[in-house]
Write a protein that binds this ligand. Structure first.
Ligand code: AMP
Ligand code: ZN
Ligand code: FE
Ligand code: FE
Length: 277
């Protein structure tokens, strides 16, 4: 039984449509797949129809851009009620922050000789509800400024580079509570990848457990073996569920292939039980 609990579609910055993603998940031999687009649930319906067609179990999720002690942290939410008004309101704020950031990124890029229009980025973003830096990168590729998304982030878009602009993100403990309120379960995405490892120490995990965190994503490409071992220890101490997933983005990010990391069936069962508790 292969379970991958973190993937992206073209509803955010993945390159597969939700239907293509489900087809590729079936080809990869997955049994259970979570669609977890950034800050948006807009891919759910299409994914559900396609998952049924392929005999896959779809977990409807999302990955919310959060902030904790001044650092950027990603939070996975699984199966929240999509109609929960307070959660929706916070997601709208995050999406608005993405929209507002774009012209500022383009102005900064123009200062270093990279000229793109908002239309070009909108074109690259297509139907994405959550547009982001990867779409700016795609527009740069089309204009020949860079060869791929990696080069765009390295030269222009990551923190410290000339095109970087911060944006609004949700308060992490608040978002954990909102996901729970909406009947979902909350799991910290790649807690020790770049950006978040400084602020997420054992004490932080304990605090987040208190407000309703259910699990942590341990098996992820961004974590090498030592980190995984230490995170597993923290999860055991705090009775947190351990998940693993690919963080697949289609062609948008190389090395994050469907099923490259997976969640053990027993941990998946525990996660489902936490949701019902
Ligand atoms: P944003 O959502 O606009 O803040 O952009 C962050 C997203 O860009 C992350 O969630 C990743 O999906 C993606 N990303 C970050 N670094 C890279 C990279 N080097 N290459 C491709 N995608 C990246
Ligand atoms: Zn992404
Ligand atoms: Fe993430
Ligand atoms: Fe992700």
């Amino acid at each position: 039984m292969l379970i991958d609990l973190h993937t992206h579609s073209s509803a955010s910055d993945g390159t597969d449509s939700p239907s293509e993603l489900m087809a590729n998940a079936a080809l990869a031999g997955l049994d259970v797949i979570a669609l977890s687009d950034h800050d948006s649930m807009s891919g759910w319906d299409e994914a559900q129809t396609a998952a049924q067609r392929h005999g896959l179990t779809l977990v409807r999720g999302l990955e919310v851009s959060c902030t904790y002690r001044g650092a950027s942290v990603h939070l996975l939410g699984y199966e929240p009620d999509p109609g929960h008004e307070a959660m929706r309101a916070e997601l709208r704020r995050v999406l608005h922050g993405r929209v507002e950031r774009l012209p500022r990124i383009l102005r900064k890029l123009a200062n270093v000789g990279v000229h793109l229009t908002e239309d070009e980025v909108a074109d690259a973003a297509g139907r994405a509800a959550a547009s982001g830096r990867p779409h700016v990168a795609d527009a740069m590729i089309r204009r020949g400024y860079v060869a791929d998304r990696d080069e765009a982030f390295e030269r222009y878009l990551k923190p410290g580079r000339p095109g970087y602009v911060d944006r609004y993100a949700a308060d992490l403990p608040t978002m954990i509570e909102l996901i729970n309120d909406a009947g979902g379960v909350a799991v910290l995405a790649h807690p020790w990848s770049r950006g978040s490892w400084r602020v997420l120490d054992a004490k932080a995990f304990a605090e987040l457990r208190q407000v309703g965190l259910a699990g942590i994503e341990v098996d992820h490409v961004d974590h090498e073996e030592t980190k995984r071992r230490r995170l597993r220890g923290i999860a055991a101490d705090l009775d947190l569920v351990v998940t693993g997933s690919s963080d697949y983005h289609g062609d948008g990010k190389t090395g994050y292939y469907l099923g490259c990391n997976t969640t053990r069936p027993g941990e998946y069962e525990r996660l489902l039980r936490r949701r019902r508790e």
